[in-house]
Design a protein around this ligand. Structure first.
Ligand SMILES: *Cc1c(COP(=O)(O)O)cnc(C)c1O
Length: 394
């Protein structure tokens, strides 16, 4: 059997730029077969005493190691642990807390993260306090809550608020807490939170890492050996492990992350400019549009604006839903970050689990539409949006 690398993720020996590492990281699995592409190790258990140190797939599998090494390399992290989904990765982090602990989080947090804290972790005595991290006065309030953890996303979902990660890390550390950044919307190619001072970077690899909408997955990246131990423990003790085949698909997907992200960024910028200049949209949000309120920070900490654009057309609920359903190349679906464009109505889909009051407080009204701009020909996408807007206006 080909020998996988010996540690779960370990320092990445592959050198070179992002694009090169995405393709060559972890290639030492080939062993004696010469295979250029790794196999899928479809096995639940391993013979005792094997040189890879594997015992049971819940606590490790060669496909997990290969993916973990590649993700760690792309996030500039020493360690990465892979999970069944982004939500599993969130669960793994929070399982390191104890009753009585408080998490301070950005108020425009991902809907499922909000639900996990409100409906699950609260029952175990972990509480959460929400702040607006784009407001400098909020950063000063972090310490008052004596947080065990500070939790942000940037860009946020779906409002695409940009949080200054270096400033948030400084404020978290001054309060004695580690900073977790959910890096899913940005992708490892465009933004590396650990380089900006974060302690943990979390990915739903379901989105841009894999990029093909065919597997779920999550990862937690860190340079801290203690957090890494906790993540490995959570993977096996809580049963949060991914499937070997999903890891194989995700590893295949991430080889093209750089080139996909370049196209996502170019297409989304053009799409956002179209909506801003040639559509009835009242507000258009895209981090690399000069009109974005945190445009300067986005330019500083991201290599591109990523692939998500949100627009508020000011339509009533019925017209908004008609618009969404009139699009031909943007199927109405949850999720994002795949090669295909998608669109989503956050208030009734991704954020339906957030109470209306909280939703409206953070700007997720009935007239908001989120576009995940894919890598199709951009003029086809613009023509599609133009036609759908004309249809509902008529
Ligand atoms: C999708 C998503 C998650 C959850 O990931 P799953 O793989 O769907 O479990 C977490 N955070 C963000 C920002 C996401 O977009």
């Amino acid at each position: 059997m080909p020998q996988p690398p010996a540690s779960q993720s370990g320092p990445e020996p592959a050198s070179g730029a992002f694009e090169t590492r995405a393709i060559h990281a972890g290639r030492d699995f080939v062993g004696e077969t010469g295979a250029v592409t790794p196999p899928v190790w479809l096995t639940s258990t391993f013979e005792y005493g094997n040189p890879g140190g594997f015992d049971y797939t819940r606590s490790g599998n060669p496909n997990f190691r290969l993916l973990g090494r590649a993700v760690a390399s792309l996030e500039s992290a020493e360690f990465a642990t892979v999970f069944a989904s982004g939500v599993s990765a969130i669960t793994a982090i929070v399982s390191g807390l104890k009753s009585g602990d408080t998490v301070v989080a950005e108020e425009n947090i991902y809907g499922c993260t909000y639900r996990l804290f409100a409906r699950v972790f609260a029952k175990f005595g972990v509480s959460i306090e929400y702040l607006d991290f784009t407001d400098p006065a909020s950063l000063e309030k972090i310490a008052e809550h004596r947080p065990a953890l500070v939790w942000i996303e940037s860009p946020t979902n779906p409002n695409l608020k940009i949080i200054d990660i270096a400033a948030a890390a400084e404020a978290a550390h001054a309060a004695g807490a580690p900073l977790v950044v959910d890096n899913t919307f940005a992708s490892s190619y465009l933004q590396r939170p650990l380089e900006l001072g974060a302690d943990l970077s979390l990915l739903s690899t379901t989105k841009y890492t894999n990029g093909h909408s065919d597997a779920l997955g999550g990862a937690v990246c860190t340079n801290d050996p203690a957090w890494n131990e906790r993540m490995i423990f959570a993977q096996k003790a809580l049963g949060l492990q991914p499937a070997p085949f999903d890891c194989w698909l995700t590893l295949r997907g991430l080889k093209t992350e750089a080139i996909r992200m370049e196209r996502h960024c170019a297409n989304a910028l053009r799409f956002a400019e179209f909506l801003e200049n040639e559509s009835p949209a009242e507000t258009v949000r895209y981090p690399f549009l000069p009109s974005h309120p945190q445009h300067e920070i986005a330019r500083r900490q991201m290599r591109g604006g990523s692939g998500i654009v949100t627009a508020d057309f000011g339509f009533d609920l019925e017209t908004t839903l008609r618009l969404v359903e009139s699009l031909r190349y943007f199927p109405k679906a949850e999720s994002l970050g795949g090669v295909e464009s998608l669109c989503c109505h956050p208030a009734s889909m991704t954020h339906a689990s957030v109470p209306r009051e909280q939703r409206e407080k953070v700007g997720i009204g009935d007239s908001l539409v989120r576009f995940s701009v894919g890598i199709e020909n951009i003029e086809d996408l613009v023509a599609d949006a133009r036609a759908a807007l004309a249809a509902v206006a008529g």
